[in-house]
Design a protein around this ligand. Structure first.
Ligand SMILES: Cc1cc2nc3c(=O)[nH]c(=O)nc-3n(C[C@H](O)[C@H](O)[C@H](O)COP(=O)(O)OP(=O)(O)OC[C@H]3O[C@@H](n4cnc5c(N)ncnc54)[C@H](O)[C@@H]3O)c2cc1C
Length: 506
């Protein structure tokens, strides 16, 4: 089987059917209303809110399953949300590329890795459902025209290399082809259309939505209110709330406007909050993830994030006060972000640690040129020059590098227990590339609770709310305390596909 055809046709068919400034543009008040006596302005078959991975995958799948009138509504003037600016890193177990590279993996192994990072509160059934169907989602992207680097990466917390990355190192390498595929299939895509509340039947089931058409994100009351009937139901794919500073500070007061954020401005969460108002179960809202690979020297995700994600396995992270390593560079995100936040000077001020990589190994990644060009990363010919630039004590740093290079040789890290497989033969030696690290708010592990059919559960009854499905980062509880890198794309896409399949069977 080629890398372009990850599923046998039969497998594919069998599928899963069985089963900060801008952020303050506060969401306008949205209230659900009764369908009794409503004058509908429009009627559609499948109504999807949000145009990221979850919404796009749902639209394609609904069409493939026979829907004739599928509509995606997006509040921003552009499509793609966080998905379009993401790193394009996509984890899946048991792939052809793993077989080629001799990597042994399975659904069980991927789920076990995620459960460990979830620290006992992840949702195993959902993780398993996603892992079982991740290859189908990857296949959907390939069918639409996405292209991936011909090698796999091992990201933090993953016990093996299982992560594909788009050749453009960006989620747009997936959202653009999916959007084009949607349009080829006749999906109607509407921008500047903001979901503003549900319309309910007499039993409290969702039968339509209120929408502001012609909406401008920086003018919360803008747009004309229309009422749209959804014959088969509504799929909420509106993403997380990391850009909503009030909400994130309500969950964690340390996440002030001063803390950097990697998200697109539209990640303000009102779709999620409206589902809570309807009775959806809120889960794990306080678990807001910070990305340990981000740099304080640039805005948002920038160039350093993808650079360091690629380089962590064969690099050392150094506390500038001590000149020593302070963490396993490929531990899960929470472990690393917490360790970085502890890097302080003698007065307790933030002292961003540095990631040191041999230039020869770092230059394999396309972002290396960019981090050097834009002065968010630096090249040094000697340890002495590096230590002087970052004011790191020289003797301990030299000793640390010598010790770490022994770990590379012996393939064992007694200091922090790092898995040294991907570091094999990659010694820390001059010339060096160095970036600074400091965590940024990145991902909401919390959201509405769903089941493996992407149905939204009601807080009082525990039963699904009729006519309502949710997929992607708007959902919560799947990953528990710490989502592993590259596991959101498969989750968003598989749950979007699932929502569409279940809706089309209903
Ligand atoms: C910079 C960055 C890099 C990342 N890199 C990776 C990676 O490499 N791999 C990985 O697995 N994960 C990554 N993630 C996480 C992942 O990208 C997100 O979790 C994922 O994109 C969420 O997809 P989604 O479809 O749920 O929501 P989104 O992609 O955020 O889409 C939601 C859409 O809904 C729209 N919307 C919101 N409210 C309304 C409303 N009221 N009315 C109408 N529309 C609305 C938004 O404008 C948005 O376009 C990254 C995240 C970021 C921010």
């Amino acid at each position: 089987m080629s890398n372009k055809d990850l599923l046998g046709r039969r497998n594919f068919i069998k599928g899963m059917g069985a089963a900060a400034g801008v952020a303050m543009a506060a969401p306008a008040l949205a209230v659900s209303e009764s369908a009794n006596g409503v004058k509908w302005d429009k009627e559609v078959e499948v109504l999807i809110i949000g145009s990221g991975f979850a919404g796009l995958a749902a639209a394609i799948e609904a069409t493939r399953k026979g829907a004739k009138d599928v509509h995606i509504f997006e509040k921003m003037s552009y499509f793609g949300g966080n998905s379009a600016i993401n790193g394009g890193l996509f984890a899946a177990p048991d792939t052809p590329m793993q077989k080629q590279e001799g990597v042994k993996d399975s659904v069980d192994t991927m789920v076990a890795d995620q459960l460990a990072a979830g620290r006992g509160i992840a949702d195993e059934a959902l993780l398993r459902h996603v892992a079982e169907h991740a290859v189908e989602a990857l296949q959907m992207t390939l069918d639409a025209g996405s292209e991936y680097h011909p090698y796999l990466q091992q990201l933090g917390g993953h016990s093996v290399a299982r992560t594909y990355q788009t050749t453009v190192s960006c989620g747009a390498g997936i959202t653009q082809p999916l959007l084009q595929e949607c349009r080829k299939l006749g999906v109607h895509t509407h921008n500047r259309a903001k979901f503003d509340g549900f319309i309910l039947d007499e039993k409290g089931g969702v039968v339509g939505v209120k929408m502001r058409e012609g909406y401008y994100f920086d003018k919360p009351e803008s747009g004309e209110l229309v009422r749209i009937k959804a014959r088969r139901g509504v799929i909420m794919a509106t993403g997380g709330f990391a850009q909503n500073i009030n909400m994130r500070m309500a969950q964690d007061p340390t996440l002030t406007a001063e803390v950097g954020c990697t998200n697109a401005p539209g990640a303000t969460g009102e779709g999620m909050f409206e589902m809570f108002r309807l009775g959806a179960v809120p889960v794990h809202l306080a678990h807001i993830q910070s990305g340990p690979w981000a740099s304080p020297d640039e805005g948002g995700f920038g160039y350093v994030s993808n650079y360091s994600i690629y380089n962590f396995p064969h690099s050392i992270a150094i506390d500038r006060l001590t000149g020593k390593r302070f963490m396993n560079e490929i531990a899960d995100r929470k472990t690393r972000a917490d360790a970085e936040l502890n890097c302080r000077d003698a007065q307790g001020n933030a002292l961003p640690p540095i990631l040191i990589t041999s230039y020869e190994d770092s230059k394999q990644h396309p972002n290396t040129k960019k981090v050097l060009k834009y002065n968010v990363g630096w090249k040094f010919d000697s340890i002495d020059a590096l230590a002087k630039h970052f004011e790191v004590p020289l003797a301990p740093l030299k000793k640390q590098i010598a010790e770490y290079n022994e770990y590379v040789k012996t393939q064992s890290d007694p200091q922090f227990g790092k898995n040294m497989t991907e570091a094999k033969g990659k010694f820390i030696q001059a010339p060096f590339t160095v970036v600074r690290l400091w965590p940024k708010v990145h991902y909401c592990q919390g959201g509405v609770q769903i089941n493996t059919k992407a149905e939204v559960k009601d807080s009082l009854t525990g039963k699904p709310i009729s006519g309502l499905y949710a997929a992607g980062e708007v959902c919560g509880g799947i990953h528990g305390v710490s989502r592993l890198g590259s596991c959101s794309i498969p989750e968003c896409m598989v749950m979007g596909m699932t929502a569409a399949r279940i809706m089309m069977q209903a």
